[in-house]
Design a protein around this ligand. Structure first.
Ligand code: MF3
Ligand code: CO
Ligand code: CO
Length: 276
């Protein structure tokens, strides 16, 4: 299969839930630009992570970095969200709200999730969505290190399964297998998603064995893979702030995310670190 000449939105066999956008090579070029900035942003912030800094300070640095790069944090104003990043510490699974009262301490683990989008006219509003795990200080509990290792391997397995000829469901099977091998659970309340000019688009990308295998993966499909792994139970709940999602058992949770595009012979990881 080849890239479409024109961007199209199509109902695909195996995905009855809505149209999926098939992007052009030119669209991939734009996604490469924003993906690099998203990756650079996560690299930039790592030097600032240390005991004593607040997650609000980290968010401010991230916001400035995005603006300096000619991008806009897509999360600001998104369903009322007010910050440039989500920063989820320890048992916070996802959507941690940056806060001046959340001070990082030795031994914490955290996920930082950023989604810069290109500025300018709406036809240029390409999104790059990526997150990774960080550790604070030098005394990181072994169980936390092992969870992060499993999460990175789960994402890597999902990436390896994302190629033409496979189906969307193969990604979930691959992500889940790694979690199981470690004795961890996938938090199934959250999915990856189509992305491009729209932040959250079809298809949903689930990180466990699916009920339906979904559509064949074809060139032009752009989506995120972002498994959340829990040490304990998969169950999570949203706090009264309307955003912060924590594990019900308060055990550690971790996540990692890349934005990817299917190509004629494989995959491009738009949010990969350059040269890595
Ligand atoms: N970046 C998140 C994702 O991976 C979405 C965050 S939306 C926010 O899809 F509003 F919570 F920031
Ligand atoms: Co995402
Ligand atoms: Co994200």
């Amino acid at each position: 299969m080849k890239f479409p000449e024109q961007r199209t939105r199509q109902h695909l066999d195996g995905y009855p839930h809505g149209p999926i956008t098939l992007h052009t090579r030119e669209d991939y070029d734009a996604m490469t630009r924003i993906g690099h900035i998203a990756a650079d942003c996560l690299n930039f912030i790592s030097a600032h992570i240390a005991p004593g800094i607040s997650t609000a300070e980290l968010d401010q640095l991230i916001h400035r970095f995005m603006t300096d790069q000619g991008t806009v944090p897509a999360t600001v104003g998104y369903h009322g969200y007010q910050h440039a990043s989500c920063i989820s510490v320890n048992h916070v699974a996802v959507h941690g709200i940056p806060s001046t009262s959340k001070i990082l301490k030795e031994g914490d683990i955290l996920n930082i999730d950023v989604t810069p989008r290109l500025d300018g006219p709406e036809s240029n509003h390409w999104h790059g969505d990526t997150s990774r795990m960080y550790t604070v200080g030098t005394k990181i509990p072994v169980k936390a290190r092992r969870l992060i290792e499993a999460t990175e391997k789960s994402l890597a397995a999902g990436l390896a399964a994302a190629r033409p000829g496979n189906r969307l469901g193969d990604i979930g099977i691959a992500c889940e297998q790694v979690a199981r091998d470690y004795g961890y659970c996938i938090a199934t309340d959250f999915c990856g998603h189509g992305i491009g000019l729209i932040f959250h688009d079809n298809p949903e990308v689930i990180h466990v064995e699916p009920e339906e295998m979904g559509p064949l993966l074809v060139p032009g499909m752009i989506f995120t893979i972002e498994p959340i792994l829990n040490i304990g139970r998969p169950d999570v709940k949203t706090l009264d702030d309307g955003w912060t999602v924590v594990t019900k058992d308060r055990k550690l949770s971790a996540q990692a995310e890349h934005t990817v595009g299917i190509t004629e012979d494989g995959l491009v990881i738009f949010t990969a670190t350059r040269g890595a």
